[in-house]
Design a protein around this ligand. Structure first.
Ligand SMILES: Nc1ncnc2c1ncn2[C@@H]1O[C@H](COP(=O)(O)OP(=O)(O)OP(=O)(O)O)[C@@H](O)[C@H]1O
Length: 343
């Protein structure tokens, strides 16, 4: 195992940012640390990097205990959300920086540095911008330079903290795909922090879900999406609706019945009909939202219910039912698949 953290605790005053975190990250994997704001993702990354000292616990990289080592001695490459490129240096010089900063005994000569930087710029497809300054680049180009710079010193591990966070949606998508391809070529063990589920599912081959300083679940994107082990993971990873289940079937409200079991249903797991069906629940169509291939219907749950609740229902864009249902119409929803979590 390439990175192993054991029993990590980190407090900031009374606040527990890391609460007994232990995990092994696979060699050569591209792992997403995913979770809501403040759950401890960045703290974990910083402890692995050596930018932050844990209160207790250890970090091993390739089997070696690096807990006492300085960041410079951990052979880690970094990319942050806000481009930390040197503004007064060209793209070429930015990428060369880590090589030129090495101690004299390890520093490659000028010819070797030039060859290495050109090779990295080719890898990130930016050779043609070698002489530009950061201010003359787009956001996406700057992040690619930052990545080339991080790779220049041949790190054992690459850590990326919301690397595409500051970019617009289209560029983010392009860079995600590109990061995935690059990783498939280089296989450097990489961890990236994101709070964007879609980004994690699309890019990573392993996802770690964090909540309140703890690891809730980790696994492949398929395991996380299709077999969430906790209520938190289920709710965090996609849209869901709350239903209650008792001997008579499903309802949108608990109706004060203690024995009614809280259940969740994904928006695409309803059988939708314009007429009442056995076991179906009524809801009034409020809005239809075009989400590409899917049309999301926001519907207000009707009786029996205690308070107003909006139910999300997804239909394929070419579902013939869509032509029949309009705003304020009543539709009937029968849950096809629900999930319950023990408490
Ligand atoms: N240097 C610090 N001093 C005090 N509190 C801190 C410090 N660094 C982090 N924290 C707190 O620790 C908690 C975890 O922070 P962390 O940055 O690890 O979260 P995160 O999951 O990366 O969140 P985000 O997605 O918002 O960046 C937060 O509540 C934060 O306010």
């Amino acid at each position: 195992m390439s990175i192993q953290v054991t029993g990590l605790y980190k407090h900031f005053g009374n606040f527990t940012a890391l609460d007994n975190v232990s995990i092994e990250f696979p060699t050569g994997g591209l792992v997403a640390l995913l979770g809501p704001s403040g759950c401890g993702k960045t703290s974990l990354l910083r402890v692995i990097a050596g930018l932050e000292r844990p209160d207790s616990g250890s970090v091993h990289i390739h089997g070696k205990d690096v807990s006492g080592l300085d960041i410079r001695d951990r052979q880690i490459g970094f990319v942050f959300q806000h481009y930390a490129l040197f503004r007064h240096m060209t793209v070429f010089e930015n990428v060369a920086f880590g090589l030129r900063a090495k101690p004299r005994s390890q520093r490659p000569n000028d010819t070797a540095i030039r060859a290495k930087v050109n090779q990295l710029l080719a890898l990130v497809q930016l050779e043609w911008l070698a002489d530009r300054y950061p201010a003359q680049l787009s956001g996406g180009q700057r992040q690619r330079v930052a990545l080339a710079r991080a790779l220049a010193v041949e790190p054992q591990v690459l850590l990326l903290d919301e690397p595409f966070g500051a970019l617009d949606a289209k560029v983010r998508k392009e860079l995600r795909r590109w990061l995935r391809q690059l990783h498939d070529e280089l296989h450097i063990t990489s961890l990236f922090v994101t709070h964007d589920q879609e980004e994690a599912l699309e890019v990573a081959d392993h996802i770690v879900i964090m909540n309140k300083g703890r690891i809730e679940q980790h696994g492949t994107p398929e395991q996380i999406y299709h077999a969430p082990q906790t209520e938190f993971v289920y709710q965090f990873i996609g849209s869901s609706n709350v239903l209650y289940h008792n001997d008579h079937g499903y309802s949108f409200a608990a109706d004060g019945q203690d024995e009614a079991l809280k259940s969740y249903c994904r928006p695409y797991d309803f059988q939708v009909s314009a007429e009442q069906q056995h076991g179906s629940l009524p809801a009034k169509v409020m809005r239809k939202l075009p989400l590409g291939n899917t049309i999301r219907i926001e519907a207000e749950a009707l009786l029996p219910m205690a308070e107003s609740a909006i139910i999300d229902v997804d239909l394929a864009h070419n579902d013939p039912l869509l032509a029949q249902i309009h705003q304020q119409d009543v539709i009937w929803l029968a849950p096809r698949r629900t999930v319950q979590f023990s408490r």
